[in-house]
Design a protein around this ligand. Sequence first.
Ligand code: NAP
Length: 446
Amino acid sequence: MVDRTQQPRALGVAVIGMGNVGSQVVRMLQVHGDELRQRVGAPLELRGVAVRNPHHDRGIAPELVTTDTESLIARPDIDLVVEVMGGIDPARELIAKALTAGKSVVTANKALLADYTSELAQLADRHRADLCFEAAVAGAIPVVRPLIQSLSGDRINRLVGIVNGTTNYLLSAMAERSDRYEDLLAAAQELGYAEADPTADVEGHDAAAKAAILASLAFHTRVTATQVYRQGMTRISAEDFAAAAAEDCTIKMLAVCERVDAGPGEPAIADGGKERLAVRVYPALIPRKHPLAAVDSAFNAVVVEADNAGRLMFYGQGAGGAPTASAVMGDLVMAARNKVHGGRAPGESVYAELPVAPIGDILTRHHLRLTVSDRAGALAAVAGEFARRGVSIASVRQQLDGSHAQLVVLTHHARESVLDQIAKSLAALDSVTSVTSVLRLEGTEE
Ligand code: NAP
């Protein structure tokens, strides 16, 4: 606690990692030092930067740079640690050591937080330090703190987001230019919108980690990345976009987190059954009039639906050095203020223990594209498969293509496991040449 009769002592900051994000954090600390001092109530001093390669010129005093991260964190003149190196190990152990020493930690590391928030938050509690991670989800967009604080008196029912800039850039480009995925990816890599190895983005791992963090915060429970159903977007084609456009929809890579009813055969929630969560990441059709449909290029957005607040939308730059550093700096100022004035950042609120439902139990709408032979009874055979399993069809479009016809079937809500069986039995029909694509339709429930 600060003694108000004396000039407060400066707080020492260590930045672990000086890549895209870390270099911008260092810049902001240096450029905005005076304003930060006034906001915090004490000077924030950069006292060390840990990197892998010490020979690279970072544009800062060489004596600040070290490869000995452990020793830097352990120094008594370090009060706050910014972890922007990424990865699980050694970040997990380094953060644990900092928290155990009572140092507050600000991190942007979604991969780590998706699975280890619990362990790290407990350490922060035990040692009365702050663990802040606004930058871990959707870059500059303030969404973590609104979920933890602003909406903590409400009940959130659903959260749908575009939380990965790379896949949104690729899908937006595909919608505009109808180019092939491979060509768009190569162009995105050249422009720096996609990594050399794009797997984490295009296969949905990055979005799944963020979905796990968002669902945990929104529903006061613990969801890990492995519990998130995930499907990548590499098979989306220009033909899928054309078919989506015919339904007045576009295609987005969505993270959907929502409360769902009790499972089949379980008592209804009203009869004491336990509420469950559905947490999933996949490319899906959404109506063009949905607010997320207008989120283009590398931008991110999260729509939150709560009982009393209604629908809220958070929109902005979801990645990039400076936008992400902005969120890091917001956390750093909060954690530093707490060091000066006392108090702690809001900790975890995990009490609900809600199970995550298997994907097969979830009710979704499907959009199926089939190639069928152009002969009598083909359409009836297809419709029969839906009827046999009690799934109601919302619309069917048919387009002749030589001796074949393209059929597009849009269903009403039905259980995923049933829709999966239907897709399999359609593929086995004599009249069906191929089931070309099966996508979900989201965002139609108002
Ligand atoms: P980056 O450009 O790859 O930078 C990583 C930095 O960490 C580099 O300076 C590297 O040192 C250093 N580093 C790596 N391993 C280290 C080790 N064992 N010891 C010490 N330093 C080590 O990464 P980034 O894009 O800035 O991302 C950093 C974190 O922010 C990640 O968790 C990422 O998920 C998260 N994030 C990034 C963005 C974004 O737009 N980039 C957005 C949101 C969240 P060298 O420079 O010597 O190689």
